[in-house]
Design a binder for this molecule. Structure first.
Ligand code: CA
Length: 235
């Protein structure tokens, strides 16, 4: 599920740049230019994280922080305070009120996006066990669409991820190129079966030490082999 960030910021240009970068990072973003708008947004949908400017036209960001931290429904929503250097005292008060982190304006948007990521990862609900599949060095988090080899994340495209999970779900059973085109690409023979080979090759390169799980079945297609070290007699 996409995580939602609320940006409370009355400098419109700054809010726009920040929203753009957070969305590019795969997050859902809402913005509010005033305290009143911020409360409306929170009421409509409690966000997963709030970036809070302290100097707003109607209320102080500190009041917002205090109010949200006093409400059981919003108490656990992480808050990152954004403030000017001169507002150091307010920043400290904010942290005492329960804000999770702060950035000093002017801040690096890249750095802020990174901090958002770190906090969201920390607060992410635990993945249901059924969605985490492990095979030796390979682990796949189906719910989060993430793949790890030796606990290092491997960045797969949507298509590569679908190819890998499709093979995995049907492990030890050979899948023809035509079947894979239908089920992974959701296309029939309008694209060439060689496309499958190209993507399998790229997927194997990314999987590195886990690439041997994906066996070539000569003349037919591919299959996911649950024992990576078995001799490859069919490919
Ligand atoms: Ca401001």
């Amino acid at each position: 599920m996409t995580q939602r960030v609320l940006i409370v910021e009355d400098e419109r240009d700054l809010a726009t740049v920040l929203a753009y970068n957070l969305r590019a990072d795969g997050l859902e973003v809402a913005t509010a230019e005033t305290g009143a708008a911020a409360y409306r947004e929170v009421q409509a949908k409690v966000p997963d994280l709030i970036i809070l400017d302290l100097m707003l036209p109607d209320v102080s960001g500190l009041d917002i922080c205090r109010t949200l931290k006093a409400n059981p429904q919003t108490r656990d929503v992480p808050i990152i305070i954004a403030s000017a250097r001169s507002e150091e005292v307010d920043r400290i008060v904010g942290l005492e009120l329960g804000a999770d982190d702060y950035v000093v304006k002017p801040y690096s948007v890249r750095e802020l996006v990174l901090r958002v990521r770190i906090i969201l990862r920390r607060t992410e609900p635990a993945t249901p066990a059924a969605d985490l599949v492990r095979f030796g060095v390979l682990s796949i988090d189906r719910a989060a669409h993430r793949t790890f080899v030796n606990d290092q994340e491997v960045a797969l495209t949507q298509l590569e991820f679908r190819l890998l999970t499709t093979l995995l779900e049907r492990k030890n059973r050979t899948q023809s190129r035509e079947t894979l085109l239908t089920d992974v690409w959701q296309l029939n023979s309008s694209i060439e079966t060689r496309t499958v080979d190209t993507h399998v090759k790229r997927l194997r390169e990314k999987l590195g030490p886990a690439s041997s799980y994906i066996r070539t079945v000569r003349g037919v297609g591919y299959r996911f082999a649950s024992a990576p070290d078995e001799p490859q007699i069919d490919g």
